[in-house]
Structure formats: structure tokens, C-alpha cells
Design a protein around this ligand. Sequence first.
Ligand SMILES: Cc1cc2nc3c(=O)[nH]c(=O)nc-3n(C[C@H](O)[C@H](O)[C@H](O)COP(=O)(O)O)c2cc1C
Ligand code: SF4
Length: 440
Amino acid sequence: MEKIVLPEIENLNQIDVYIAHDGFQSAKKAFAQTPDALIDQVKKSGLRGRGGAAFSAGLKWSFMPKSTDKPKYLCINGDESEPGSFKDRQIFEYNPFQLIEGVIITCYAIGAKVAYLYVRGEYHKWIKLMQNAIDTAYEKGFLGEKMKETFGTQFSCDLFIHKGAGAYICGEESSLMNSIEGYRGYPRVKPPFPAQKGLWGCPTTINNVETITNVPPIISKGWEWFSKIGAPKHPGTILFGISGHVNKPGVYELPSGVLLTDLIYNYAGGVPGNKKIKCVIPGGSSMPPLRGDQLEGVKMDAESLKEVGSAIGTGGVMVMDEDTNLLKVLLRITKFYHHESCGQCTPCREGTSWMEKTLHRILDGHGTSNDLDLLVNVANNIEGNTICALGDAAAWPVKFMITRFRDEFEKYVNPNISLPVPNKVHSMRQTAVPLEDISK
Ligand SMILES: Cc1cc2nc3c(=O)[nH]c(=O)nc-3n(C[C@H](O)[C@H](O)[C@H](O)COP(=O)(O)O)c2cc1C
Ligand code: SF4
């Protein structure tokens, strides 16, 4: 099977090797075309974002205004902080020049002269590797003013790394832009969307690292070629990062639509001790979990996972065997989202805290069956009522773990105590405003 994002070529992270394998030829081909033609090809290829929401990359690019007197920007999202997700760092380490070439083509297509690569702060090693690759690209004339001569074009762009400071919320696109601007990483209320008002109030496109790395092969081999790989509505390959109870955890580049069971048993070597699977989270910790007895025939692409009540997210697959304590897993996940909530909106700030406390109470042996209903109720009141999707990311694991594994959770609660639980507390939507507005 052909690898698009992480080709199996030795030392591809060295610029001479990359050039010897047709490196930067896609950019050359791109400069011979109009930006609109490139956007059209990426749209037709069916490339969808690999950062979580699987939104059409070409469509997103087309939202950038054509005539504006403001500068335009590209942000490449390498924050990679979703638990269970560890694939972008493979690109930084093994194929940094294809990412850089993707940045060059994207900048040209959307009309951006400056790009920021936002990398999670803990990735010291990968920041260093990426900075070396960028420095080398400048030296060899593939970035900055020198690229005009190299590619024989009037266009040039610059690429800078912006290092995060360890906050998960800075992976959210509007928060990421605030962080680059030097402000606290608070998500912004949308609309306006980044293409209208992004970095420093200027039109901005934000794409994930893996999304951008897919661009050069699409330009060199054509959109038709790409659109025929994997699942028709979500084509291409996906970097699946598989972890947990599997014999061979790691990152596997496979066509979208691969069977989840194939991924677990054939690629990741199955479950240690041949134990049964209790639960799989298919796309990073915020995605709805699947039951072990629900995995047969499940395909790993956005549409197929939606059909079984989950989502592809970042392709971070977490496998849990039959001995896993799901209460502990859910508490750990909830603690994470509570800790990472930026606190701007009440449902997320308070709800994540209540959910963590309630799960703690159950784990301490003081829970009731009503606590399980209460947890689902709180999750329902967070979902859709917040400024950014961290609220949903915190709510879904609670809501779906408890509803899909109720039998598991019932084991930990006292069946003899029953308290009434309100159906809906009240609409909290009006509280979803930034703190600055509340303080006025
Ligand atoms: C709380 C939160 C954290 C996020 N973290 C990341 C991240 O680490 N990397 C990423 O690419 N997208 C992340 N996203 C999604 C981004 O907001 C954005 O949709 C994405 O970078 C767009 O790129 P794509 O269209 O290429 O997928 C996050 C979203 C939320 C709500
Ligand atoms: S949902 Fe609201 S409180 Fe939670 S992280 Fe997003 S903006 Fe902050």
C-alpha cells in the first residue's frame, strides 16, 4: 500500500534525499498554475482536515477573500494535545520537507505571505527538528526571498514556528491565534470565522499538519488519483495512532475506511493475552467510545464512524481490554478536560468540575444510580452550549461512556439510594460569552 504522508524512504528528513525523490517539484508545478486552479484541485481531491472535524480543505481555502488590502495568514496546527493523538510528530521527524512544501503551496493558493507553525510546547525534540528543517529550506532557497529565484516566480513566503506553552485549549483554532498574538489562549466567539477575521484581524486559514502534508502529492499526482484512495467520501490515507491494549502500538498510515478490527488485529498485533476488547475510542479521547461487541465491520472514516455513533477525530485509536475499569478511565479523561477548560463559559467551567467530582464520588463508593443520570444530564447541558468545542469534547466521553456501558457503571453505585434528577436545569446558552463581556 502506497504511503502518502510518511513514505518508506530512508533519510527522507534530509533535504538532499527529499529533493532526489522529486521534492519541491509539486511547488514548482503549483507556481505554473493560478491559485484558484490549486484550490479547485484540492477541493476535487476530497481532502478533509485531519485535525478533528474532517472539514473539506479546499472549501476552507476558498473562504479566503480574494480582494482585500489586508495581509493573509496560514496557521499550521501542530499542537497535538488530544490524549491518544501522536501522529503529527511523526511528520516533524520523518517527513518535514513535505510539510514545508505543503505550506508553500497552501500559502500561494490562499495568498498568504506568512505562515505560522504552532507546535505544542512539550515537543522540544520535534520543535528542534522542525526548526532545523526550516533553516535548511531557507538556506537552500525554498523559503523566503530566495525562493523567487529557485522557483522562477514572483511569490515568496516565510514560515515561523510558534511554540505553545502546554495548554490543550491552544489547539482550538481561535485560541491558537490569540496565543500567537501574545494573548491568553481564550477561544473567540464565532462568527466572525478566521477567513473573515483571523490573526491580527486579518483573513487566516488554519489547517492541521497532516492535512497540509497531503497537499504536495495531490498537486503532483492529481486530484483524481487521491480521490480514488480509501473511502470515497473521506479519501486518502490517515495516520492512525493506536495505543492502549495492543501488542504493537504506534502510528500506521492506512487508507481511510480500513476496518477497525484489521487495524487492531492485523496491524497492531491484537490484544495482549488474547483478551477480549471491552471498549475502543476511535479518534482521540473526546470521541464517543464503541463497545467491544460493536466493532465488527466498523470502517475508519468520517462517514462510517458517524453511522455507528462516533467520529474519526484525529485518528487516535485507544483500545481497552476486558479487565479495564472504565470508571477510572472516564474519571481520568474528565479530569483532563476539567483541567484544560479555559473557564470562559459557565457550562464548561462548572460542568467539567461537577462531572469530575461526581465520578470521584462514585469511585469512592458513595455514588448512586442517580449520579449516573446526573452525569448524563450535566453532559447534555454542556453540549452545544459553549463558545468552543472543548465543551463537547468533555461532554461526549461522559455521556456516551455511561449510556453505552451503563452495566459497567452500575457495578460501582449503590442500588438502594435513589434521588430525583431534573431533566434540564435551564438553558445555559446565554452564559456562553467571553469574560470580557461579562465584566462590562
Ligand atoms: C479544544 C480543541 C483542541 C484542538 N486541538 C487541535 C490540535 O491539537 N491540532 C489540530 O490540528 N486541531 C485541533 N483542534 C481543531 C482545530 O480547532 C481546527 O479545527 C483544525 O486545526 C483545523 O485543521 P483541519 O481542518 O486541517 O483539520 C482542536 C479543537 C478544539 C476544540
Ligand atoms: S468551552 Fe468555553 S470554557 Fe470551555 S474551553 Fe471552550 S471557551 Fe473555554
